[in-house]
Structure formats: C-alpha cells, structure tokens
Design a protein around this ligand. Structure first.
Ligand code: RTP
Ligand code: MG
Length: 145
C-alpha cells in the first residue's frame, strides 16, 4: 500500500566530529527520537580521506572542499540511518540552516553552533542523496528492517 512506502522513507544522518567532541550525541539522538523518527542503523567511525571525498563529491570544485575533507576526517563521527514519514526533509528542518547564524532557534544548528564549518550535523538533502549516502556507509544487513 502507498502509505506504507511513504512511512518507510529513509535518510542518512551524521553527527560531525565537533558534535561528538562537544558531547552532543545524546542531545541530538533525543531530538531525533522525540520527533518520532526511528534509528534503524547506527555506528561510530572515523572517515578516511577517500570516504570523505566520496561523501562530499558534489562539493569537489568548491573553494572550501579541502577544508571540508580535513574537518570531517578530524575525529570520530556518528553515522545513522533514520526512518519515518517525510524524514528526508524533516531531518533538514530539525538541523536548521547550513550557516548556524541563520539557523532558527529550536533547530540543532540554531541552538548549538555559530560557524558554517562547525555546524554539528549532516543530513542527506534529497532521495537520491539519501540512497547514495546510506549505501556508502552501511551494508544492507546493518540496517534493521
Ligand atoms: P551538510 O551537507 O553537511 O548536511 O550541510 P548542508 O547540506 O546544509 O550544506 P552543503 O551546502 O551541502 O555544504 C556542506 C558543508 O560544507 C561546509 N560549508 N562550508 N565555507 C563555506 O562557505 C561553506 N559552505 C558549506 C559546511 O560544513 C556544510 O555543512
Ligand atoms: Mg549538503
């Protein structure tokens, strides 16, 4: 049935190194779970340069790419798959704007960050990105049905 398919929407989410280092993992997971999204996969890992370059491939030509890869590989991150109705755009709303100075209070970036390069959390920005990123970090058997 169509409703079932929509409820099973999945996205990829990452708590970036500064979020882990600052002890915000519990707070962020709480917000995600209280909203009603289901965590269906979760791991802590440190990205290799190769993984980081794949993850942010869309930004390869940007002036900040080098800095971005340095940053995301600088410490352990939490990678997750989240599930729920409208979770791709819903997670982006919980995160707030890319520049935390423009992110609304009540959002994760709005409440806990001040710099674009230290904006704590990543979320896939489309269905295609979500599928690509989930496959980059997780094998099918690591995702709970
Ligand atoms: P993300 O991919 O990390 O979830 O962030 P986003 O969609 O909100 O923003 P995006 O445009 O995809 O940028 C990816 C990350 O690159 C860093 N950034 N730096 N210096 C700059 O102008 C600049 N612009 C973006 C940020 O850390 C951003 O999250
Ligand atoms: Mg992005």
């Amino acid at each position: 049935e169509r409703g079932m398919v929509v409820d099973k929407e999945r996205t990829f989410c990452m708590i970036k190194p500064e979020g882990v280092a600052r002890g915000l993992v519990g707070e962020i997971l709480t917000r995600i779970e209280h909203k009603g999204y289901r965590i269906v996969a979760l791991k802590m890992l440190r990205l290799t340069r190769e993984m980081a370059e794949k993850h942010y491939a869309e930004h390869r030509e940007k002036p900040f790419f080098r800095e971005l890869v340095e940053h995301i590989t600088s410490g352990p991150v939490i990678a997750m798959v989240l599930e729920g109705p409208g979770v791709i755009s819903g997670l982006r709303k919980l995160m707030g704007a890319t520049n935390p100075q423009e992110a609304a209070p009540g959002t994760i970036r709005g409440d806990y960050a001040l710099e674009t390069g230290q904006n704590i959390i990543h979320g896939a920005d489309s269905l295609a990105s979500a599928e690509r990123e989930i496959n980059l970090y997780f094998r099918p058997e690591e995702i709970m049905g």
